[in-house]
Design a protein around this ligand. Sequence first.
Ligand code: SF4
Length: 317
Amino acid sequence: MAENLLKINNLYVEYHANKGILGGKTTIHAVNGVSMEIHKGEILAIAGESGCGKSTLAKALIQLEPVKSGEIFFENKNTLTLQKYDLKEFRKKAQMVFQNPYASLNPKMKIIDILKEPLEINTDFTPEKIFETVKEKIKLVGLDESCLELYPHEFSGGQRQRIAIARALMLNPEFILADEPVSALDVSIQAQIINLIKELNKSLGLTFLLITHDISVIKYLADRVAVMYLGEIVETGKTEDIFTSPLHPYTKALLSSVPQINKSGKKIVLKGDLPSPAELPQGCKFHTRCPYVMEKCKTCIPEEKGFTHKVKCFLYE
Ligand code: SF4
């Protein structure tokens, strides 16, 4: 059985937002009772429509979003109760690659300084050792050390994303959260970054949590997929199982909307829009749009069933 790097128990994340001209505050229920594991050395992708809570969940895992309740275990330690030293160690081991490499690199710093910074802050390496490590990491992402004296604006989008990945690798992390890592790039360059992520996963045994709305990227990169709807994980399984035998009606609809994957051409069109996370439906959260809705779906919440392929739906009880 695969070893867990992260284990999440019953996680909730909420925001309080202004109601607008009416005044007062409303609660946005962004993540609603998520429990799941991320195995050591795997690429786990979270799939779901924009606004389903996948980025919020990912950021909560590395403490970029405050958690309302729940537990997050990283290497068997609850990260939400870590004290100063352990928290610093956790932050070294868990790094993030952002969507937009234009915004995530400081335009006023040379690449060498961008890459040196995490080592200068977090290690007691000598300047020589720091320089050696910078050269090693820039090579690892497929760039030449001659680029170290340049500034971010002197690179293409794909090269900048390679630099952002090199920066995430500086402290030898075990876990990388990649939030839409290719969606800001030209299609012609996306494949290079996707292949780089796959290479780093294989050669370094790095664990990735991949957040993307691009189902084709998930199919190519991920070992397992978790499908998210209104802040809940509704189906989890190996990528092959999710793509060949999706169980949850939402997963089926999501996959049917991708022409490269849906060879039958029969698209499942869901009624209505994604409900507001400020007004979550009772019962199964998908019942307002589900083509198979039953009376009990409107009031009762289905439990998760299954072992390696898990689903939350009354059709499988
Ligand atoms: Fe549809 Fe009911 Fe299953 Fe929810 S529990 S996905 S409403 S059939």
